[in-house]
Design a protein around this ligand. Sequence first.
Ligand code: ADP
Ligand code: MG
Length: 619
Amino acid sequence: MTDIIQLLPDHVANQIAAGEVVQRPASVVKELLENAIDAGATEIKLIIKDAGKTLVQVIDNGKGMSVTDARLSFERHATSKIRTAEDLFQLHTKGFRGEALASIAAIAHVDLKTKRPEDELGTAIEIEGSNVKSQEVSVTPTGTSVAVKNLFFNIPARRNFLKSDTVELRHITDEFHRVALAHPNIAFVFYHNGGELFHLPKENYRQRVVHIFGSKTNEKLVPVEEETEVLKISGFVGKPEYSKKTRSEQFFFVNQRFIKSPYLNHAIAAAFEGLLKSGYHASYFLNLTVDPKTIDINIHPTKTEIKFDDEHTLYAILRSAVKHSLGQFNIAPVLDFEHQSSLNTPYSYKDKAGKAPTIEVDRSFNPFTDDSDTSKSSTSGYSHVKKSPAKHWESLYVGMESQGGNTDDDFSAVTFESNSKTASFFDGTSTATNKTTFQLHQKYIVSTLKSGMLIIDQNRAHQRVLYENFLKHVTIKEATSQQLLFPLQLHFTPNESKIIKDLKTDLEYTGFVFSELSDKAITITGVPVEVPESEVSSIFGQLISDVENDVPDANFSAADLLAKSMAKSLAIKNGKTLNHTEQEHLVNSLFACKEPNMSPTNKPTFITMSIDDIEKKFM
Ligand code: ADP
Ligand code: MG
């Protein structure tokens, strides 16, 4: 037998490595912008055509390269930025792996033009798929221009995998934002298909944020400044009233490098505790400066995670700095009612007596029938729902059908009606001819009753539905999971991991399947059917934050907390448009709950207004 192992040719190795570094045009943008910054540029031009599929070009006025360096820059592991392994621990540059240009050149057509200030003439190099096509002396301004054309020309699978121009351009814009925010002292211009998208002069940080996110941003910024021995913080948080439903305005930069850190994000969320509506996220643009020795960024070329030596201290400093700023700017916390709720599991879902109760949900139960005691006054409890929760909410519906036509005619035309309607809805064949619900402000579902109207808070209502559902799973220990195609690994601090470990059994009863639970990471191979994979990491983030914020007392019920937390994470948010079927489904599910009137955190899920109440308002 002859030997069979061979070294891969360079261009093949490069192409493989390229798969890691370059996932989409935005990755090229990031690498080229970072190289320009590392070269000390003060002006950087980004030129994009067709969302980067045709061209990504970055032109800088940095220090340029010599003839030899220009050629060497395309070799793998060729870098001017570190020389020894020790240098890794005191990085002052963005790049250090020496992989980017080699990778990009392996999978695209690259034109490089570069000249150092001290040279009269520069160098031009053309490379296609790792093959140098030409190298010439060139008349070119000081600095470097790298044009990357026809990305993935030799990997059709990758090219086909690219998303629409809109999506790819959004990724590019995100990268551009991150780099431009980290470097307000550098001027940037950004063109797409000949049009100018951004023109950012050298400016201060506030101006840069406002330039990127629009002039309205100015009034919402609260400065955060703090300097301690281990950490310097500067930047802004957004005033709570400007919080957003997305996390699109959350930026951490550590030593001018954009990072994502759920842990530090949590520190900000904790500082905003009680100031934000549920489902809303604080905006922040924060620059953290730490000793490069205390961080480890050498994880993965495309990852934005970073490891800190002492996360806990950073967390504490960050939280208090942000809190302090919010306080100084007179943004006093309001009372947080979320935390008044009892930690006890309500009603008998929880196994208080030591035996597992069996839980059933009566699917056929229809709150809109009138077969309950019609002798109760139809308006009883209308204005008292808040004060006497859980008490015969069914009575709200009593008498709906028994009332006569006369003055109520118009109103009764749109009341909830007939079993068959609700039933048909459940089996998905609803024809929805009579609309009995509508959505108000993408937040409330308004439903008409024979004797008045019902206004349901969609988020709280859905929390209630999910909560009872999860609680049921946990307590009767049956849940269905869906297996993930690829195991999902989440990273945590030891403290956070401990929280997850403590809840492991309960989590498994909801449908999570773990294959690894270490001090630093958990690996998930299955999730509850109700949980989309994209939500998993935010569910765990929320869960950890809930456990940390709820001081567990003797009555602490892990199952209850878990169910509440997951319900909070997954519930339909305010601002979400629901179609008619979804509205009805939510209303029906809510009233199939054991305790429909209150959210899991004891806030009313709906209010009612009787005709009498309405009539009084017209007096
Ligand atoms: P890294 O940035 O990790 O060093 P790259 O492959 O991105 O690796 O670049 C390789 C080398 O090419 C860099 O170390 C630098 O010396 C040189 N280089 C790349 N881009 C530029 C630029 N815009 N200006 C000057 N030198 C550059
Ligand atoms: Mg680089």
